[in-house]
Design a protein around this ligand. Structure first.
Ligand code: 5GP
Length: 180
């Protein structure tokens, strides 16, 4: 198994989640919020974030998508493996994603959810890799901007491994970890 280098500690993650939640609480005060976590990568971040939103009227749902393979990256085609359980029409929706990389996944999800006419639609990402962007995506809340490394931990996997790590790490490059 490749070695993992810690990039963001559990303490730094907790502190940033608290700050993001404070911002979100201010922005959604008095409104009912539907938080939509993108599975699987955002499951830990979503769980921590919603628990910091006490005082708000919050419901939580999840959508599961498959990442496109390298061959189809340019098409931006994303397959929905599990759709939302709750209707989005007329709701204030906050989409919560683990990593914003090329932007293709979020672009697809934003288009998909917009078509269902939410009252508002915002995006919260834990990690942003700005150097890899292919399409611009409006993001309202960003945890950390990071360099172009292969990230694991805090819900994020490499071949279904490492999701349980309590920190955000990067695979050590000398291990020859290829992008999946
Ligand atoms: P985008 O569509 O913006 O290129 O990529 C978003 C998705 O690609 C993320 O939700 C994540 O599933 C995957 N991804 C991007 N960068 C990484 C990474 O460094 N590590 C892992 N495990 N997945 C990544």
């Amino acid at each position: 198994m490749p070695q993992v280098e810690e990039l963001i500690s559990p303490q730094a993650l907790a502190a940033r989640v608290k700050e993001l939640a404070a911002q979100i609480r201010r922005d959604y005060q008095g409104r009912s919020l539907l938080v939509v976590g993108v599975l699987k990568g955002a499951f830990v971040f979503t769980a921590d974030l919603v628990r910091a939103l006490d005082g708000l009227d919050v419901q939580v749902d999840f959508i599961a998508v498959s990442s496109y393979g390298a061959a189809t990256e340019t098409s931006g085609t994303v397959r929905i493996l599990k759709d939302l359980d709750m209707p989005v029409e007329g709701r204030h929706v906050l989409l919560v994603e683990d990593i914003l990389d090329t932007g293709l996944t979020l672009r697809y999800l934003l288009d998909y959810l917009s078509r269902q006419r939410p009252a508002s639609l915002r995006v919260c990402v834990l990690l942003d890799k700005p150097s890899r962007r292919k399409v611009e995506v409006p993001v309202d809340y960003v945890g950390f901007a990071i360099p172009d490394r292969f990230i694991v931990g805090y819900g994020i996997d490499w071949a279904e491994q490492y999701r349980h790590l309590p920190y955000v790490g990067a695979l050590r490059e000398e291990e020859g970890a290829d992008r999946e």
